[in-house]
Design a protein around this ligand. Structure first.
Ligand code: ATP
Length: 405
């Protein structure tokens, strides 16, 4: 809020006049940097610093502090400027109705956050409804504690060093969208832009992000790569993945802000490891050099993007609210069920596509479909789950476990 007790007498009628004036104006937050807010703030500065004859006086600001605080509070309530923490029932209602909003998750639990994102996506009114087609854009933010997230169509053992993840306390998750494997920590913020299928365009939201962040650092060489990643110079700062279903779409991505990049080492496997060959229908990650972007905090990123989103999609008569969700929301059955699914071995390990691995030195091959070994040069393991086989690798001393785990 820019309004502050400054100088000069403030009369009650001026407060009332001010509120009436605000009510008649666009519902944006005072203190934002668009010309509309500048105008409004200038009006207040004038109002608060002039006496009735129009001459500036410099006295008694303390006397008006309460009145100004009240004015600010009323203005906030009037336009829903302040973020609002949602109860489960409120979330259930708001997601199903048409309309735009922003959600910031207060939880750092990756299972909860992915389930929340999926819940909002699933319950957003379908883009097939012609009245709702272009009015249901939603923006979600969440930050996850240490975890590695693989794409829906990937093979876990090909992508990550499971032993390192376990030793270093990183959770493994399989997300519901495509794309490659990424590392999340508290310095990485995830954004998710939901809109109709018709409005979906791969680079649309990342172009907006580049525009918004470039305002913060115009000289920063932030750009979109050919693959649609956001890059700073020749290093990637953000990766994206997409989901399109039932007339809707989401584009979600990571943004590295103050991630502990040294800790990323040794979690993700390189594309080739001598001694093991994979034949898969799965999606391969595209390994890139990564760096942090030039912001101070994940909250700063959320604030910049929220403000950009509001300006892009807000209208004079409709403010876009920022809603906060904590884990109380997981009381909603659909969210609870999704969390259970994301945590299950069935989803994490067995849901990937068919794959076949060969270990050259051991002259051994294994084919796996839906998590079950269907063919192998080791007859005794055919029919068992590949996950169980990996848990029992020590019984197969001729196999180098480091090649698989
Ligand atoms: N948090 C992160 N943000 C951005 N890139 C990351 C992050 N963690 C790891 N990476 C790098 O990104 C690579 C995976 O990128 P990849 O492009 O395959 O997947 P993606 O970014 O999820 O989506 P997509 O495949 O759709 O571009 C990793 O191998 C690693 O080099």
């Amino acid at each position: 809020m820019l309004i502050a007790p400054q100088r000069g007498p403030l009369k009650g009628h001026l407060v009332r006049y001010g509120l009436r004036w605000i009510r008649s104006q666009v519902p944006f937050k005072l203190g934002d940097d668009s010309s509309k807010f500048t105008e409004l703030n200038e009006m207040y500065t004038d109002m608060f610093s002039q006496n009735t004859s129009g001459k500036t006086v410099a006295t008694q600001s303390e006397n008006y502090k309460d009145m100004i605080d009240e004015l600010n509070k009323e203005t906030d309530q009037l336009f829903n400027f302040q973020s609002h923490k949602l109860h489960p029932k409120e979330l259930e209602e708001i997601v199903k109705k048409p309309g735009r909003f922003i959600i910031q998750s207060l939880s750092k639990n990756p299972y909860y956050n992915l389930a929340l994102e999926n819940y909002v996506f699933n319950n957003t009114p379908s883009g097939h409804d012609k009245h709702n087609k272009f009015g249901n854009q939603r923006l979600l933010f969440y930050v996850n504690k240490d975890c590695v997230v693989i794409g829906k169509n990937q093979t876990v053992w090909k992508e990550v060093y499971l032993t390192s993840l376990a030793k270093r306390g990183y959770e493994l998750l399989r997300r519901l969208s495509g794309g490659g494997t990424v590392v999340h920590d508290l310095g990485n913020v995830n954004y998710s832009f939901i809109t109709s299928r018709d409005e979906f365009e791969r680079d649309f939201f990342n172009k907006l992000i580049v525009q918004w962040l470039t305002r913060v650092k115009p000289e920063g060489p932030l750009a979109l790569s050919q693959r649609g990643d956001i890059v700073l110079g020749d290093k990637k700062v953000s990766g994206s993945a997409f989901k399109i279903a039932r007339g809707k779409s989401y584009h979600h991505g990571t943004m590295l802000i103050n991630s502990n990049l040294d800790q990323f080492q040794g979690l993700l496997k390189p594309s080739n490891i001598a001694g093991i060959t994979w034949k898969c229908n799965s999606v391969d990650s595209v390994r890139s050099n990564v760096t942090n972007v030039f912001l101070n905090s994940t909250q700063e990123f959320m604030d910049i993007c929220s403000s950009g989103f509001k300006q892009h999609y807000g209208t004079a008569d409709r403010n876009i609210p920022i809603l906060l969700c904590d884990e109380e929301i997981s009381e909603i059955d659909e969210i609870q069920d999704e969390i259970s699914r994301l945590k299950s071995d069935k989803w994490k390990y067995l849901a990937g596509p068919k794959f076949c691995l060969s270990l050259a030195n051991e002259n051994c091959s294994i084919t796996v479909e839906k998590g079950i070994i269907t063919e192998s040069s080791i007859p005794s393991i055919v029919g068992s789950s590949f996950l169980d086989f990996t848990k029992d690798l020590d019984s197969f001393q001729f196999i180098d476990r480091n090649l698989i785990l």
